[in-house]
Design a binder for this molecule. Structure first.
Ligand SMILES: [Zn+2]
Ligand SMILES: [Zn+2]
Length: 283
């Protein structure tokens, strides 16, 4: 029996597993891309994934980091790579050191400090690009970008051997292209993300919306989270094909949030939305 019963969504052949309730736990895994956004309490299902992209150090997003890293070693897997904001590196090191002492063996880890604008290679043709969010002072979001080469128009229609010949002559027959696949905002206050090209044009956007009722505007500001009043107009300006909503608080059920968004959004935008925790029957 796995430790968690995770939500499961498939979009265009991409699988997304996760659990997300504001203040409780957030972990979102994309196994085919070998990436886990935040780590929550380290569900068993995410241990084999080699990259954790941590948006900030709050306990609902980062509590399981030592277990994740230690359990990979226990299972004979390579040390996990954790991309994480600079201010979290030292505290995570101390946590790993403490658990290492309690457990009687050092916990192997590759901790990589990341800041907005940085790019990290996840696997051939796939990079994680870092963008700023507004939550803790150095909180970040991540955009996974596929980098490919596309044959230049003028060489279309040539046969394979003809293209090989051109290449041999040193002719550059293709141009590099970048396809933003998925952007993950983590926890964030309102920011006009439609101004960040990678985020606005990602095929999939994974976004938090924590607060929905009118009385909670102040709470959203104080906790630096998104409120539906700002979230809904923002979604209308984004070009994403699919939008996955995470981090609802326990105060709002998926059913209530859906109703409110259906009212606040155009039909076309509402159709793009999936709630990660839909049909999860939270107790
Ligand atoms: Zn959170
Ligand atoms: Zn947080």
């Amino acid at each position: 029996m796995p430790s968690h019963n995770l939500a499961h969504i498939t979009i265009d052949d991409l699988e997304i597993y996760g659990y997300s309730v504001g203040g409780e736990e957030t972990v979102i895994a994309m196994p085919q891309l070998d990436v886990c956004f935040d780590i929550g309490k380290a569900p068993d299902q995410v241990i084999p994934i080699s990259h954790v992209l941590l948006t900030h150090g709050h306990i609902d997003h980062a509590a399981g980091i030592a277990y994740y890293l230690s359990h990979r070693a226990f299972c004979g897997q390579s040390p996990g790579t954790v991309l994480t904001p600079p201010s979290t590196i030292e505290p995570i090191r101390q946590i790993l050191e403490g658990w290492g002492r309690l457990d009687g063996s050092r916990i192997p880890a590759k901790l990589v400090p990341v800041s907005p604008g940085d790019e990290f290679s996840i696997k051939p043709n796939l990079v994680a690009r870092v963008f700023p969010t507004k939550h803790t002072p150095d909180a970040v979001g991540f955009c996974l970008i596929e980098k490919r080469k596309k044959l230049k128009d003028r060489y279309r229609g040539l046969t394979g051997p003809e293209l090989v010949d051109l290449k041999k002559q040193g002719v550059i027959i293709d141009t590099p292209i970048q396809i933003p696949l998925v952007s993950y905002l983590g926890d964030t206050h309102y920011v006009d993300y439609s101004r960040l090209d990678d985020v606005a044009n990602s095929r999939i956007l994974i976004a938090e919306c924590t607060f929905f009722s009118d009385e909670h505007v102040g709470r959203a500001d104080a906790g630096r989270h998104m409120h539906i009043d700002e979230f809904a107009p923002l979604l209308e300006r984004m070009n994403n094909k699919h939008i996955i909503i995470t981090h609802l608080s326990r105060r709002t059920s998926v059913g209530q949030a859906k109703k409110m968004l259906r009212k606040a959004l155009s039909e076309a935008t509402f159709k793009k939305i999936t709630f990660l925790m839909d049909r999860c029957n939270l107790q």
